[in-house]
Ligand binder design. Structure first.
Ligand code: PMP
Length: 351
């Protein structure tokens, strides 16, 4: 607390991201990064973009990337918005679509940034408890609301909900935005992008941080009706009209141009996830049915905190949540086969 802080700064409870150790001695399975590097074509595009043009501002409309994403998903460019990571896109959306007069709804166990954004924008939030299997109880979202935020798959549970559940939610809430955060959708889920054509209140948010190995570059995007994208642009242009820099734009465009690399690496992560889930179950762990690039696990006899600490001592970082209901679970990002073998061997020594 400082006398120089505004009442806003004093009131905030900021998000605490997963640990990013400065040294490389850890096997890092704690922040859902992709174990594979970005496509060589992306790295080449970044090298090419590092030229004298960096003295010039980037295109504030991010036109080339917007068109690329529109083509890729079969929507119009007016239906695409890009930002610095999906965190920024989500922040703009919280500012653009939710009225402080009505509570917004999201699950009680979900991506913890939603709560932070709600507080930042002075919004009321109602947290809807997940059911006993950690699934989203869609029927409980049928209550007075000013908007709904749901990730699919959910985090950190990794569980995917069917598109029909979202279709119902969108149809029953025509006056409010339903935001679907698809940060992990490429690891085996079906995207709700197709619903955007049917429902003007659907906003789908995705990122290049996970399935496209570009967490270090910060690119995310939203797809929705023209009126929703216009709302996002109003907020963006009242805050920072040059969101994406020239290097990020070049990298993102090149990523969408290398479909083979994208398919190959995501498929590899999925295969590793399935093999690791099987082995964990054989070791006595409960493992949710993951459609993400991480698994959500618990052991009936050993506390998650103990596992977390002992793994850390063995040089393996996973995510532990000191939070009711999930404080006996760990979230473990899917690494390479070698990293997962090291993780499972270390675990074997503990359980
Ligand atoms: N949504 C969810 C559900 C996430 O887990 C994350 C990553 N922590 C994000 C959004 C943000 O990702 P980024 O800002 O890197 O696009």
């Amino acid at each position: 607390m400082s006398k120089y802080w505004s009442p806003l700064a004093a009131s905030l409870v900021p998000y605490v991201p997963g640990e990013q150790p400065k040294d490389k001695k850890y096997i890092k399975l704690n922040t859902n990064e992709n174990p594979y590097p970005p496509s060589p074509k992306v790295l080449e595009a970044i090298r090419e973009a590092a030229n004298a043009d960096l003295r010039l501002y980037p295109d504030p409309t991010c036109d080339a990337l917007v068109r690329k994403i529109a083509d890729y998903y079969g929507v119009r460019p007016e239906q695409v918005f890009v930002g610095n990571g999906s965190d920024e896109v989500l922040a703009f959306a919280f500012g653009a679509f939710f009225d402080p007069a009505d509570p917004i709804l999201f699950p009680d166990i979900t991506y913890s940034f939603y709560k932070v954004y709600a507080e930042f924008f002075g919004l009321k939030a109602e947290l809807i408890p997940l059911d006993e299997r950690f699934e989203v109880p869609f029927e409980l979202f049928d209550r007075e609301n000013g908007g709904i935020v749901l990730p699919n798959p959910n985090a950190p549970t990794a569980i995917l909900a069917p598109l029909d559940a979202f279709r119902g939610l969108l149809a029953r809430n025509p006056d409010h935005v339903v935001m679907i955060d698809e940060a992990y959708i490429d690891f085996g889920g079906q995207s709700a992008v197709e619903l955007v054509k049917e429902f003007p209140n659907a906003l789908v948010v995705q990122t290049l941080s996970k399935s496209r190995s570009l967490a270090g570059i910060r690119v995310g995007f939203a797809i929705g009706s023209e009126e929703l994208i216009e709302g996002l642009n109003r907020v963006k242009n009242s805050f920072n009209s040059y969101t994406l820099d020239r290097v990020a734009l070049a990298a993102a465009i090149a990523s969408f141009d290398d479909e083979v690399y994208f398919r190959t690496t995501t498929e590899r992560v999925i295969l590793t996830r399935e093999a690791a889930s099987d082995k964990l179950r054989q070791m006595g762990f409960e493992v949710t049915d993951s459609r993400a690039n991480f698994v959500f696990i618990s052991h009936p006899a050993i506390a998650a905190k103990t596992l977390f600490e002992q793994l850390r001592e063995k040089g393996i970082l996973v995510r532990y949540f000191n939070q009711p209901r999930i404080d006996n679970h760990l979230r473990v990002s899917i690494g390479t086969d070698e990293e997962m073998d090291a993780f499972l061997t270390a675990l074997q020594e503990i359980v």
